[in-house]
Design a protein around this ligand. Structure first.
Ligand SMILES: [Zn+2]
Length: 156
């Protein structure tokens, strides 16, 4: 049976090499910031791994399945698209952490916690995939902050 065309759009069909595998939360509030940041970093062909919690799935997974599934996605990106680097991201007020409320509304406390989480996630990626470059970032409602792999300064 023939499928009915629901939408017309011309996409480039050529194979590609990914600029990065990007693990981030599906929270819609940070999507535009993440997209703009990636463009600014010239990550024009990202393999997006978009799941609830983003880097939390590696740092504090709910179970082994969750962590292993995400590691497999990273492995596939490297295998299929020769991905040279991995960006790990988490964000402020993430519901999977109980939001900002879980930190008593304290943004400093929240970002410090996320920095530790991101560094743990980065360590796991480095152990599993020693040849890829790892960068991690915390996204809040004002921009994107480097949490490891480069100077911990505001980068966008
Ligand atoms: Zn989230």
């Amino acid at each position: 049976m023939q499928m009915q065309k629901a939408f017309h759009f011309d996409s480039p069909p050529d194979p590609y090499t990914a600029d990065a595998a990007v693990l981030c939360c599906f929270d819609q509030r940070i999507r535009l910031a993440v997209n703009k940041f990636l463009q600014r970093r010239e990550i024009l062909r990202p393999d997006m791994i978009v799941v609830a919690g983003g880097a939390k799935t590696l740092a504090s997974p709910r179970n082994d399945f969750e962590r292993d599934f995400i590691l497999e996605q990273v492995r596939m990106s490297i295998l299929l698209h020769q991905t040279p680097r991995v960006f790990l991201m988490s964000h402020s007020d993430c519901a999977t952490y109980g939001g900002l409320a879980a930190f008593g509304g304290d943004r400093e406390k929240e970002s410090a916690h996320h920095k530790t989480e991101l560094q743990r996630a980065a360590q796991l990626i480095k152990e599993k995939f020693p040849d890829v470059e790892v960068r991690c970032f915390f996204v809040n409602f004002e921009g994107v902050f480097a949490a490891c792999g480069e100077n911990a300064e505001q980068v966008a």
